[in-house]
Design a protein around this ligand. Structure first.
Ligand SMILES: [Zn+2]
Length: 332
């Protein structure tokens, strides 16, 4: 049993309270490898932003849960080395699907876990979430629950259609489970293909597809029921079209990849939404940068020569999100 406090990590409690009061949202970035982690830490240190490092099921399968935990511990030291005296870094389990998994992460030194029982019948979701909360709170680890189902594919989390969160359930759910934050479904979705082209209209100025708006009425109804309660948005990548175009220009084949417009996320960040999950955008930045090197320098075979530019591009993206979308800069 290792306490996250010994690793220099923090839970989400104070971070979320400040974010709601200050009208901004904390970035929750997924990581799978060293370059991504370096880019996240550098971007958050340079912008003085708190940050949530997320580990998904796919990341655990790819990189190993224990190794990722040690990398997060290293990230705290790296942030200090970069000049941040008091880094506010959360290590969070993304989409935990069982009590045993959540418990293993708490025991390993994670400071926050998500238990995703959103696909279960309501009462089973309540019971499972409560069980995780009861265990995690003994160690001061915060817990994110989920109500409503997001569409899309994210690693092994997959659903065809979304079901908006029912605002009538949120008081009962948060009271009975004791969860610290709640992920809700208001039209965001996992992956880089969030909308079908036929759901969108064409912006005459840019010629690009504009998706239907998020269900802010659902968010408003949830906030009315649970004033000041931390709300989480999953599946909130914007799928920057510059990256999609760059990937396609250098030999890729991404067709009609569409994300959530950044002005909608900006609006959400000002509300009780205090954690916004972004994963696909950094995948796109990384892929675009690597493809460019491969196309322009076909003789290159030193991985540092293409992973380095990929890291730079991700850092640029993370900074942009912090400074221009979430507003979590200058909060350390
Ligand atoms: Zn998610």
């Amino acid at each position: 049993m290792v306490s996250y406090k010994e690793l220099g990590l923090v839970n989400t409690k104070e971070m979320f309270a400040k974010a709601i009061k200050g009208g901004y949202a904390i970035p929750a970035f997924n990581f799978n490898n060293m370059e991504q982690l370096q880019a996240i830490i550098k971007a958050s240190v340079e912008t003085k932003s708190p940050v949530i490092l997320q580990v998904s099921k796919g990341a655990r399968n790819y990189a190993n849960q224990t190794l990722l935990r040690y990398m997060a511990e290293g990230a705290v030291q790296y942030a200090k080395e970069l000049g941040c005296e008091n880094p506010q870094i959360v290590l969070h389990l993304d989409h935990g699907d069982s009590f045993e998994l959540c418990k293993s992460c708490v025991d390993l030194g994670f400071s926050s876990v998500m238990i995703d029982g959103s696909h279960l019948p309501y009462e089973e979701n309540v019971a499972l979430t409560k069980k995780v909360v009861d265990y995690a709170h003994q160690y001061d680890v915060t817990v994110e629950g989920e109500l409503g189902v997001l569409a899309g594919v994210e690693d092994e989390v997959c659903a065809e259609h979304h079901t908006y969160t029912n605002p009538e359930e949120v008081i009962d759910f948060s009271t009975r489970t004791g969860c610290d934050s709640l992920a809700i479904s208001i039209g965001t979705s996992h992956g880089a293909y969030k909308f079908k082209p036929e759901q969108c209209h064409v912006d005459p100025a840019t010629g690009r597809l504009v998706p239907p708006p998020l269900a802010f009425d659902v968010l408003d109804a949830v906030m009315e029921k649970l004033p000041g309660f931390p709300i989480v948005l999953h599946g909130s990548s914007s799928v920057p079209q510059e990256y999609v175009e760059m990937i396609n220009k250098y030999g890729g084949n991404l067709e009609a990849a569409i994300g959530i417009p950044e002005d909608e996320l900006r609006k959400a960040a000002k509300s009780a939404v205090c954690k916004i999950n972004i994963d696909s955008d950094s995948r796109l930045a990384m892929t675009a940068a690597i493809r460019k090197v491969f196309a322009e320098k076909p003789a290159e075979f030193d991985p540092r020569k293409y992973l380095g530019p990929a890291r730079d591009e991700m850092e640029k993206l993370y900074k942009h999100k912090i400074l221009n979308v979430l507003g979590s800069n200058d909060k350390l």
